[in-house]
Design a protein around this ligand. Structure first.
Ligand code: DGL
Length: 261
């Protein structure tokens, strides 16, 4: 019998995707796997990122008998999708930054991509911009600090608006009207980002698009047993109490560190 939907990220970012997937598929079982031992992914060397993700995800797919994998991480999606699709015989869904809708929505044809330093520099991202936003002025902003701030918030700590403004000042100064949150960690800070940039800046992420894709695949290709709405979280490095509490509030009933290596 087929097992849970496996959702993967380096840290808590993938929860912003899982939240949307769960809205459309509320009855399934989910396993949330995060590689916090190696976070932030945006700073990792390409080969290190690919090899580490492939072995960890393939081992977990086997272990939990996953029926579908969601790579709920833009940084990993820019590199590991082809390798994983070759290695696994279940559907693998990735996340693509919402460049295409941003180009459609931007009235001033001036958009920004806020993502990790890794995503910003990848050919994958540049091809996407060329294909879907060639008529726009596109600004690229890379930040791992913002990833760490999202982790901090998810562990129950207070985020000061000042911390946000220090990081996002160049975005405000650029006067763009549409900003793509091209890292799954950033929707966790959406309220803080919106408050700083103001309502005149439209923020777009890919959560709903990924959820729609997963839902289509489930209907079409994957015959899942009726789930028990079981929520399991696995991670590669011990986590602090604050995060354990947040994960429990999110709905996880089982939290454990995976054995790696
Ligand atoms: N959440 C990830 C992304 O969407 C990666 C963040 C990181 O580990 O740098 O890109």
């Amino acid at each position: 019998m087929s097992g849970p939907i496996l959702v993967f990220d380096s840290g808590v970012g993938g929860l912003s995707i899982l939240e949307e997937v769960r809205k459309v598929l509320p009855d399934e079982d989910y396993c949330y796997l995060f590689d916090n031992a190696r976070l932030p992914y945006g700073e990792l060397d390409e080969l290190e990122l690919i090899d580490g993700c492939e072995s960890l995800i393939a081992a977990t797919v086997d272990k939990v008998n996953a029926s579908l994998v969601v790579i709920a991480c833009n940084t990993a999606s820019t590199l590991v999708l082809p390798v994983l699709r070759k290695a696994l015989n279940i559907p693998v869904v990735g996340v693509v930054p919402a460049i295409k809708p941003a180009a459609l929505y931007s009235k001033a044809e001036h958009i920004g991509l806020l993502a990790t330093p890794g995503t910003i520099k990848r050919d994958y991202t540049h091809s996407l911009i060329k294909e879907f936003a060639s008529s726009c002025q596109v600004e690229l902003f890379g930040s791992s600090e913002l990833v760490l701030l999202a982790e901090k918030k998810a562990a129950g700590n207070i985020i000061l608006q000042e911390e946000i403004s220090q990081l996002l000042y160049p975005i405000k100064a650029s006067a763009l009207d549409t900003l793509v949150l091209g890292c799954t960690h950033f929707p966790i800070l959406k309220d803080e980002i919106q408050e700083y940039l103001g309502d005149e800046v439209l923020l777009l992420d890919s959560g709903k698009a990924v959820a729609a894709r997963v839902s289509n695949l489930i209907e079409r290709d994957v015959k899942l047993k009726t789930g028990n709405k079981e929520m399991v979280a696995l991670y590669t490095q011990e986590i602090e109490e604050g995060l354990k509490k947040s994960l429990a509030e999110f709905g996880f009933s089982s939290l454990s560190k995976v054995q790696t290596g």
